[in-house]
Design a protein around this ligand. Structure first.
Ligand code: ATP
Length: 391
């Protein structure tokens, strides 16, 4: 027996998007990046890894690009649990990544994607089985708190000094919390003079500057690839990708998703086939679901996918997307269609409009999808629960 569990619990969150507005990340000079609000000053982010933004030839492309951008470059059970404690954080920038968006353009037949939110996923394994957690958070205005790093705890002093001496670009945080990428003009002693994109020149403590990653790392699909992992670098990378409709980014085993609040060409049969055939390796919910079902069949161990995030982050939609993939791979008997059709019924009775989400789930869900030995869906069960926190 094996099972894959998908859960989307809400985490506590402030009532309104406040932190995101505090961090402003400005794109590199050549890039069309816009300043992005980030977490409060007392927050620090640490990112994951880099990944090439460019998609491989022959692979379906993810994310839609405008013309200008184009030019630029067994036996088991699957449990789907959905709750919705609002708690995911994320911030967004208006930087746009080059690679994955192109994949989306090439992908045709993504007619089935009414989704447009961001999500984050994690993978956890237990002795009883594999467990994955997916955290979702609202788009550009959400905050990313999963990875935090305090400056005081970091050892950027030496690096900052080097950056200052080389007159390289560095991140500096303004009094309002916004992050700005500036160019170091000079550095003497503990002070550095930095020029901001808007022409403003500031004299700051050299130690307060954070080194920027080389441009070649802009838009990497895994935050782990970033040379410098700190709040502005993570925010910059996420915003860069988001601007290219690349809403999914890896942070090691975790999948970070930014809610686009619009239709993105990332879903549909063509993408499902692409991930099923392993012809594409871009971060995606499909990839998470694919790994879960493959490991379930291979190891005969139940799998869990946990989706978490604040209200409106896209947990419910992400769960649907994952179920869509599982149904496509394990379907055939027709029961998968019935399972998918439970969503509108549950939402009709259990959803309500809130300040944060017009279609907010007012209950938690644990969906179990059972598979036969051959890997086909044999049944499912859905459990609901109340939320202790109602916003
Ligand atoms: N992948 C996506 N692509 C496009 N839009 C999305 C996507 N995910 C979410 N959205 C949009 O965001 C809205 C909120 O998403 P969703 O209801 O899934 O959030 P939630 O985290 O479940 O919220 P709550 O906890 O309040 O139930 C959706 O109605 C949809 O318009």
């Amino acid at each position: 027996m094996a099972s894959v569990r998908m859960a989307s619990p809400r985490t506590r969150e402030p009532k309104k998007p406040t932190r995101l507005e505090r961090t402003k990340v400005k794109p590199r000079p050549p890039a069309l990046l816009q300043s992005v609000k980030s977490l409060p000053l007392d927050y620090r982010f640490t990112g994951g890894s880099p990944s090439s933004a460019e998609s491989k030839k022959g692979e379906p492309r993810f994310g839609s690009l405008n013309e200008k951008e184009k030019k630029e470059k067994a036996t088991g059970e699957v449990k789907v649990e959905e709750e919705s404690p609002h708690s995911s954080k994320s911030s967004s920038r208006e930087h746009r990544p080059p690679g994955e968006a192109k994949d989306l353009d090439d992908a045709k037949g993504n007619v089935e994607s009414p989704y447009s939110s961001t999500t984050t996923s994690r993978e956890q394994r237990t002795s009883a089985g594999d467990e994955r957690e997916v955290r979702t958070s609202s788009s550009a205005t959400s905050k990313i708190t999963a990875i935090s790093l305090s400056r005081s705890d970091s050892n950027w002093e030496d690096t900052s000094s080097y950056v200052a001496k080389k007159k390289l670009q560095a991140w500096c945080q303004l009094s309002n919390g916004d992050w700005v990428l500036g160019t170091i003009i000079s550095s003497s002693g503990s002070e550095s003079v930095i020029s901001l994109p808007d022409g403003e020149v500031l004299r700051l403590n050299t130690e307060s500057l954070l080194p920027s990653n080389p441009e070649i790392l802009d838009g990497v699909d895994d935050l782990m690839q970033l040379s410098y992992l700190h709040e502005p670098s993570v925010l910059y990378n996420l915003q860069f990708r988001y601007s290219k409709d690349m809403i999914y980014t890896r942070a090691g085993p975790v999948l970070v998703a930014i809610n686009p609040f619009k239709k993105v060409h990332l879903y549909g049969n063509e993408f499902i086939e692409a991930y099923r055939n392993k012809s594409v390796n871009s971060p995606h919910v499909y990839a998470i679901a694919d790994n879960a079902i493959r490991e379930m069949i291979r190891d005969e161990v139940n799998q869990s996918i946990i989706i978490s995030g604040e209200s409106g982050a896209g947990k419910t939609e992400t769960a649907k997307i994952a179920m869509q993939y599982l149904a496509a791979l394990g379907g055939g008997s027709g029961i998968e269609y019935e399972i998918l059709q439970t969503n509108p019924i549950l939402e009709a009775f259990g959803n309500a409009r809130t300040l944060r989400n017009d279609n907010s789930s007012r209950f938690g869900k644990l969906i179990e999808i059972h598979f036969s030995v051959t890997g086909k869906i044999s049944g499912a069960s859905i459990q609901t629960c109340k939320f202790s926190l109602i916003i």
